[in-house]
Design a protein around this ligand. Structure first.
Ligand code: SF4
Ligand code: SF4
Length: 362
């Protein structure tokens, strides 16, 4: 079986020359070997600018070396994400831009513009043909489709439906337009535990389908529910569970197919970073955070989107965590899913390899 190279840097340094900012630039150069951008190639750095109120999204100052490195390699970088399905602070391009600015994604901290890839209301996309098991066509935000290359810059952390969210999740869900996101969420069914529900109403505020009514406790109308799972993420009491773990596998596979669609003509000009820091159990979408599951580990980078996620997953698994020991699949334990389903499916689609060689450049 073939394997891929994954470059790693830890976070600790004792000199200016070898500080993390310089190492991030070196990680890019290592992972970028063999990639050349033509003059004026437009290169999208796929980011999550952070929901308003959370602080675990990536730091702009750590992304700037990647922006510079893309420019040095001949490309024209821009920072991009698509609008969310749920009604938070990033569900249209105006709110999304404003939230990005408030979270620090502005000049002079970052020297590239922010572009919301799927337009004002999330309906600017291209239909991309793929040979998937779930889809033969995926809907990718226009700016991602039109970009000449994609640099996935991902915060690696937990996720309620997929176990962990890394490169595949960042690209698959994050490059999809609103219609594309709906295609992936179609089969998920949430269920409220009325013993745990305190009737706070947060789930109803965030539900994009107006499927939740709250009196004493939340009630979900499954006829209206589009299965996005956001109610589970935002519930502060953990009172909402997503039924049927096989649908977790299915959504992971669908995410992998969308990630494949976002890269289909760009594999030769794309690189992927996972920042394995602030590894919280949940993603960066709710406007709060919980304690990280493990101490900060470092950054991995590769041309292979499967290998880079597998490496990050293994690093977290090997670490002794707050609740789970070394060698334990912490994301699987936390969310009762097999988080490697996305990787297995991505490998089947030909996106890359789960086997990798980890090269430490620290
Ligand atoms: S009730 Fe359904 S549509 Fe509404 S947030 Fe929950 S999963 Fe999404
Ligand atoms: S967010 Fe959770 S606790 Fe609040 S109403 Fe919804 S289910 Fe109940």
């Amino acid at each position: 079986m073939t394997s891929s190279k994954v470059y790693f840097s830890d976070l600790s340094s004792g000199s200016k020359e070898n500080n993390l900012i310089n190492r991030i630039g070196r990680l890019f150069k290592k992972a970028c070997e063999g990639i050349e951008y033509d003059k004026d190639d437009l290169v999208a750095l796929k980011l999550h600018f952070g929901e308003k109120g959370i602080d675990t999204f990536l730091r702009p100052v750590q992304v700037e070396p990647i922006i510079k490195a893309v420019r040095d390699a001949g490309g024209k970088p821009f920072l991009a994400d698509s609008n969310t399905l749920y009604t938070g602070s990033r569900s249209n391009a105006v709110d999304h831009q404003k939230t990005a600015q408030e979270n620090g994604w502005v000049r002079p901290v970052v020297s590239a513009p922010v572009i919301i890839a799927d337009g004002l209301h999330g309906n600017e996309f291209y239909a991309v043909e793929i040979d998937g098991e779930h889809f033969d066509e995926v809907k990718i935000g226009a700016a991602f489709f039109q970009a000449d290359g994609i640099i996935g810059v991902s915060h690696f952390k937990g996720h309620g439906m997929t176990g962990f969210g890394g490169t595949l999740k960042n690209l698959g869900m994050g490059c999809a337009s609103r219609a594309g996101k709906l295609m992936m969420h179609y089969n998920v069914e949430p269920e409220v535990d009325i013993e745990e529900c305190i009737g706070c109403g947060k789930c109803a505020i965030w539900c994009p389908a107006e499927a939740i009514e709250v009196e004493q406790y939340a009630e979900i109308d499954l006829e209206k529910c589009i299965g996005c799972g956001e109610c589970r993420i935002v519930c502060p009491e953990g009172a909402i569970e997503v039924k049927d773990s096989s649908s977790n596998q299915e959504i992971q596979e669908k995410i992998a197919e969308f990630a494949h669609g976002s890269l289909i003509d760009k594999y030769e000009r794309s690189i992927f970073f996972n920042f394995v820091v602030d590894v919280t159990p949940e993603c960066d979408c709710p406007p709060w955070r919980k304690y990280p599951m493990v101490p900060d580990i470092g950054i991995v980078a590769s041309k292979d989107p499967i290998a880079v996620d597998q490496a990050a997953y293994d690093l977290v698994k090997d670490e002794k965590g707050r609740e789970y020991g070394a060698g334990i699949d912490k994301f699987g334990k936390e969310h009762d899913v097999d988080p490697t389903a996305q990787l297995k499916h991505g490998e089947k689609l030909g996106m890359g390899y789960r086997k990798y060689e980890l090269i430490d450049i620290s």
